[in-house]
Design a protein around this ligand. Structure first.
Ligand code: GLN
Length: 544
């Protein structure tokens, strides 16, 4: 029988509720319990695929091709589980299912309502994950903050489940903020009290409070206050502090006794946690002595959440290589307005052009790629970065004037990147790209092969365009090596330039499969090459 832990948030969004969820999962995993996590997103989008990453954070792609909320990326990175579309429940999906059922006449004669129809559908989906995975404990995180109107049906479903499941088989963890006002100089518990009041008004009593506090661990006095006013035990009040790396949070919460309490409250067998492996991983991040500087040349550059998986993959690779990765976001439109500003890339040890869409900033990305290619700066191109690398090479080495992707210029004389044939007839935007895990054949004797050490790999995709077969021969004739392709031979997946210190670009997104204990091979190779480039530079300047 699966037990359930519901995680809600109060006061503000962005408190790291997702990381608390991951940490809870980890504390149970190291005790030998099987866990997985579900994210409930109260928005009306059916999935995150159509949302702007600049506002909502990255779209995380699962093996099955589902375009998920970015919290699912954290779940995968912490828990090492491969999630499916069942692990993300949105209001859009719930309403769509209920309305379709209504149209089919399945509720004939009845008035279709939020309670019970919407809440029943939420409960059905949560329990479906428990049944299909058979985990010991299922974590269910609700997006947003208590008090949001759109979150109410989810919280009501949680309330009902707590009543319906055997007593002691469910737990509610509420994550809040304990702010500190400089002028007052002490942490304030009032917002936490208010947000729990809000929860209690809808029939939910938290069992555990996790308070985020930038000042460090809460003192006994504040814990006592929170316990008293929020109606929880004093030992059930924990602090989530700022940590680096984020993978340290489970250890911080464990030290406060959270793992033991979770087991006690859920009536789980008390087992000794085995933290050795995880601690080793965290240690690797902390032990890194050298630093590399990477230029992340994108469009949503000013918003770090737009590229979480890329950032994490870079950090995983850094920890494995033994260096800290300093990532600097560069808005490539700047290179379009002031072409000479591309020179600033000379200060970096590596240049990365990530995935993206549309025209804005594309010419600037091409300028960044050209610079990295000509100057021998280690380069990694991801998806759009791969496609624009082909455009750059076509223009500047093959001298195909005006070469472009038809995404930016439908009239280009040289459509070196063109729509996938199966994309031409599609006119709906949601969930219609080439998505999810697909096999890629890797050519022996290439850089890609040396990094993956395998002739067939599986990586996740999210794209509509691809390298136009009409240009394969010309590109290969002038130094491009396509070191990966789809098994049917119909599309190119990896590009590299053998006479460059490190130039690798992939049609897929390897960052989605990077884990702190097993970095993604292209990212690993890229950071290793960037570190070597840096060492070489340091040597040159110290000899000068
Ligand atoms: N816009 C490009 C395409 O759709 C690349 C997509 C991406 O980078 N994820 O093919």
């Amino acid at each position: 029988m699966t037990k359930y832990i519901f995680i809600t948030g109060g006061v503000l969004s962005g408190l790291g509720k997702g990381l608390v969820t991951c940490s809870i999962g980890k504390m149970l995993q190291v005790r030998g319990f099987d866990v997985t996590a579900v994210k409930c997103d109260p928005y009306l989008n059916v999935d995150a695929g159509t949302m702007n990453p600049y506002i909502h954070g990255e779209v995380f792609v699962l093996d099955d091709g589902y375009e998920a909320d970015m919290d699912l990326g954290s779940y995968e990175r912490f828990l090492g589980v491969n999630l499916t579309r069942l692990n993300n429940i949105t209001s859009g999906q719930i309403y769509q299912a209920v309305i379709e059922r209504e149209r089919r006449g399945e509720y004939l004669g009845r008035c279709v309502q939020i309670i019970p129809h919407i809440t029943d559908e939420i409960k059905r989906r949560v329990r479906q994950v428990a049944e299909e995975t058979g985990v010991d404990v299922l974590l269910i995180e609700c997006g947003g903050t208590v008090g949001d109107i759109e979150g109410l049906p989810f919280l009501e479903a949680f309330r009902q489940m707590r009543l319906e499941e055997p007593r002691g088989d469910t737990l509610l963890v509420h994550v809040t903020l304990v702010p500190v006002l400089e002028a007052v100089g002490e942490p304030k518990t009032k917002p936490t009290q208010h947000s729990v009041k809000e929860l209690r008004a809808i029939g939910l009593q938290p069992d555990i409070i996790v308070a985020r506090c930038e000042w460090g661990l809460l003192q006994e006095e504040q814990k006592r206050k929170i316990a008293l006013y929020c109606n929880v035990e004093e030992r059930a009040v924990f602090t989530s502090i700022n940590v680096n790396p984020i993978y340290e949070l489970p250890l911080i919460l464990e030290e406060q006794g959270m793992g033991v309490l979770l087991c006690e409250y859920l009536g789980l067998e008390r087992r000794r946690p085995e933290w050795r492996g995880w601690r080793g991983i965290v240690q690797r991040f902390k032990a890194a002595r050298e630093r590399v500087r990477i230029a992340l040349c994108g469009k949503y550059a000013e918003f770090a959440d737009a590229y979480v998986s890329v950032n994490e993959a870079l950090r995983h690779a850094g920890a494995a290589v033994g260096c800290t990765v300093d990532i600097e976001f560069i808005e490539t439109e700047e290179f379009e307005e002031k072409p000479e500003s591309v020179e600033k890339l000379s200060e970096f040890d590596g240049v990365l052009v990530p995935g993206g869409f549309g025209r804005r900033g594309a010419e600037g990305k091409i300028a960044a790629i050209e610079y990295a290619r000509n100057r021998g700066i280690p380069f990694l191109g991801i998806c759009y970065g791969f496609q624009l690398s082909v455009v750059e090479y076509s223009r500047h080495v093959l001298h195909l004037e005006g070469a472009n992707t038809t995404e930016c210029d439908p009239e280009t004389p040289h459509p070196v990147i063109d729509l996938l044939p199966e994309q031409r007839e599609i006119d709906e935007l949601g969930g219609t790209m080439r998505l999810g895990s697909h096999p890629v054949v890797v050519k022996p004797g290439t850089l890609a092969h040396s990094l993956y050490g395998s002739e067939v790999i599986h990586e996740r995709h999210r794209h509509r365009w691809e390298v136009n077969p009409d240009y394969w021969g010309r590109l290969e004739g002038r130094g491009v090596v396509f070191s990966g392709w789809s098994p049917d031979g119909r599309r190119k997946e990896i590009m590299e330039l053998p006479d460059h210190p490190f130039f690798l670009a992939t049609q897929f997104h390897p960052e989605f499969k990077s884990r702190p204990w097993s970095p993604s091979p292209p990212y690993y190779g890229f950071i290793r090459a960037s570190l070597e480039a840096k060492r070489r530079r340091v040597e040159v300047t110290s000899h000068a």
